[in-house]
Design a protein around this ligand. Structure first.
Ligand SMILES: CC(C)(COP(=O)(O)OP(=O)(O)OC[C@H]1O[C@@H](n2cnc3c(N)ncnc32)[C@H](O)[C@@H]1OP(=O)(O)O)[C@@H](O)C(=O)NCCC(=O)NCCS
Length: 395
């Protein structure tokens, strides 16, 4: 790893990294370049996000999640024939192996869906025909399989924990539509499918974030894709990363109504707490994904004739800006959008995973293609020169 020289890091981030590096420590590896990558470009000052050369706004408005998955894996958008092929491959692979369905049925209903997803993802390796190969073709097949299987795991576990039978995927539906169908048991309205698909596009990839780094560190030991995705799922769960979207909604629910939300947030900040859904390691401005999710949250609220959660979210923005100079990140408006769609709170982070598995697997393939084990060093500040005392003599 070297200090940032790449244009893909914000200059503010690089400056901060240089300062901390000089001081002899770089907590959080801020500004450190861990890999050369062709997958994602982020400009944290301008608030710009680019997948494989395409601006996120162009992708969210003019492509579907399936096309974006292909783009992340292959480096180019699919033509009609390639897209149809991918669609039918995914549709054929969404059904879970029997042992994973049984495992999900045996898991305690109180288990958190992110834990169930991580456990089931690991179990998928048992029967994956390519588990022992990290070759490009095998990795590509595994990326498609994992992308097809994760939505089935999340929805099956959710239904099982509520005492309901899982619903088999409908091969005629997209990943976004299938997710909603398998969750609720009825074909989703076109608008909801479009919003879910756009949310998946927005969450699909984001450079060297914590879960992607975890995936690349794992892949760099030449562990297989299932191992690396399981590690990524573990990292995504935390409230400083993917877990923040659930925390945002819990905060809104706790505040209760628009009139009290300002007080709730001010109290949080005055007592030294962080407001979930705000701040970002790379963006020093409005996260471009939040701009799209903001519109989606508003539209969904208007369609449902309940804009309360959207309005509360809007009221929070100026307070956090004034008191902490922080802007919303991707998790802020996804919370009110998903809640308005009727999605349970603890499925918010699993939805993030359903999207991000495409980015993780693209990074795992890139890592395996040009691998060197990722093994940084640390700055030892502990004691030296100690001598072992016999156990009976130790205090
Ligand atoms: C995203 C996040 C982990 C980035 O962390 P980071 O780059 O290490 O930044 P720091 O946590 O060191 O934040 C720098 C300063 O801003 C403050 N800050 C950062 N995010 C904040 C937030 N959401 N609310 C209030 N203050 C915040 C920190 O307290 C810190 O202040 P200090 O210098 O007075 O101690 C952090 O902003 C955060 O915890 N946000 C809330 C969780 C969240 O939404 N995560 C999803 C990210 S997509």
């Amino acid at each position: 790893m070297t200090q940032a020289v790449s244009s893909s890091s914000s200059s503010a981030g690089s400056a901060a990294a240089a300062a901390t590096a000089k001081a002899g420590s770089n907590a959080g590896l801020e500004g450190v370049v861990a890999a050369k990558s062709e997958i994602c470009f982020i400009d944290g000052i301008a608030g710009r996000l680019v997948y494989r050369g395409y601006e996120i706004g162009d992708l969210v408005e003019n492509t579907s999640f399936g096309e974006v998955a292909y783009l992340l894996w292959e480096g180019r958008l699919p033509n009609k024939q390639q897209f149809d092929q991918l669609k039918s491959d995914v549709a054929a692979l969404m059904t879970l192996p029997e042992h994973v369905s049984k495992l999900l049925a045996d898991l305690p209903a109180k288990m958190q869906p992110m834990d169930a997803l991580r456990t089931a993802c690991s179990a998928l390796a048992a029967v994956d025909p390519d588990v022992n190969s990290n070759e490009p073709d095998a990795n590509r097949r595994k990326a498609i399989r994992l992308t097809a299987q994760l939505p089935t795991i999340v929805t099956a576990f959710h239904r099982l924990r509520n005492g309901e039978k899982p619903i088999a995927p409908d091969p005629s539906l997209s990943i976004a539509a299938n997710f909603l169908y398998m969750l609720n048991g009825k074909k989703p309205h076109e608008t909801l499918t479009r919003v879910m698909d756009a949310a998946l596009v927005l969450h699909a990839e984001h450079g060297m974030n914590a879960s992607t780094f975890a995936a690349r560190v794992t892949a760099a030991t030449l562990a297989d894709m299932h191992a690396a995705v399981t590690a990524a799922l573990a990292a995504l769960k935390g409230p400083l990363h993917g877990g923040a979207n659930q925390d945002v909604m819990e905060m809104l629910l706790e505040a209760g109504k628009p009139e009290t939300v300002e007080k709730t947030v001010e109290e949080m900040l005055n007592s030294g707490k962080k407001v979930p859904g705000f701040g970002h390691r790379v963006y020093k401005t409005f996260d471009p994904r939040a701009t799209f999710l903001r519109k989606m949250s508003k539209q969904l609220g208007e369609a449902a004739k309940n804009t309360q959660w959207y309005e509360m979210s809007e009221r929070i923005i100026p307070i956090v800006k004034r008191m902490k100079n922080k802007d919303p990140n991707v998790d802020f408006f996804s919370a009110s959008a998903y809640y308005t769609m009727g999605i349970p709170l603890d499925l918010f982070t699993p939805i993030f995973a359903i999207a991000r598995v495409t980015g993780w697997t693209a990074h795992i393939m890139e890592q395996h293609k040009n691998n060197r084990i990722i093994r940084p060093t640390d700055d030892y500040v502990g004691p030296m020169g100690l001598k072992v005392e016999p156990i009976e003599k130790r205090a």
